[in-house]
Design a protein around this ligand. Structure first.
Ligand code: PNS
Length: 189
């Protein structure tokens, strides 16, 4: 009997699989918190980076893949991939039945609710599961991390070390000052 694409994808892995989609420009500790929580519920998590040609991101898709792979190099249950097109089609291709999204605050709710219902309409077999990060990350977003770093604020508590390093590399040739924490440390030496 001819196997469907979903059955073939399912046969490739055992256990439960969730997709955690996003732009991740860059990944923050809030995202890592959601991935950790997902790993306590699902056997495997695919971090799926949207290739969005309409946006002009700070980090290229390749850089974002590298960053997240480096962050999870010792965690075989996390996979990093990119996707284009509809998220539900991608989930179907990899054999996932769950999409995980983080909900930081009420302000996230409307957009997330719309997306979840649209995705359900597109493919009722795929369920969206919302997870709340630790309260300490409720205000953390990729956009604010970039803005704060660019303006000289410290972000080391908000992103994994690899992201801070990459941010420093990115802005080294730009006019931005070094993060405030680093400047202060250098002064006392
Ligand atoms: O991190 P983001 O930018 O909030 O992630 C948004 C993302 C990537 C989850 C969303 O834009 C998406 O799923 N895009 C894929 C296109 C798609 O499926 N659109 C219909 C969903 S309602």
């Amino acid at each position: 009997m001819r196997q469907t694409r979903r059955a073939r994808a399912k046969a490739r892995h055992t256990g439960s699989l969730a997709v955690f989609p996003g732009s991740f420009d860059p990944i923050t500790n809030g995202h890592l918190d959601i991935i950790e929580r997902s790993l306590s519920v699902f056997d495997q998590v695919v971090v799926a980076i949207l290739v969005n040609l309409e946006k002009s991101p700070l980090f290229s898709v390749e850089e974002r893949v590298e960053i997240i792979r480096e962050t999870y190099r010792k965690q075989p249950r996390v996979r990093v991939e990119t996707f284009t097109g509809l998220l539900v089609d991608y989930a179907e291709r990899v054999g996932a039945t769950v999409i995980v999204r983080g909900l930081r605050a009420i302000s996230d709710f409307e957009y997330e609710f719309q997306m979840a219902l649209m995705n359900r309409r597109l493919d009722p077999r795929i369920e969206t599961v919302f997870m709340m990060p630790a309260e300490g990350y409720s205000y953390v977003s990729s956009r604010l991390v970039k803005e704060v770093f660019q303006l000289g604020g410290g972000v080391s508590a908000l992103v994994p070390p690899v992201v801070e390093r990459r941010l420093r590399d990115k802005y080294r040739d730009r006019t931005s000052p070094r993060p405030r924490g680093e400047r202060a440390r250098r002064r006392v030496r």
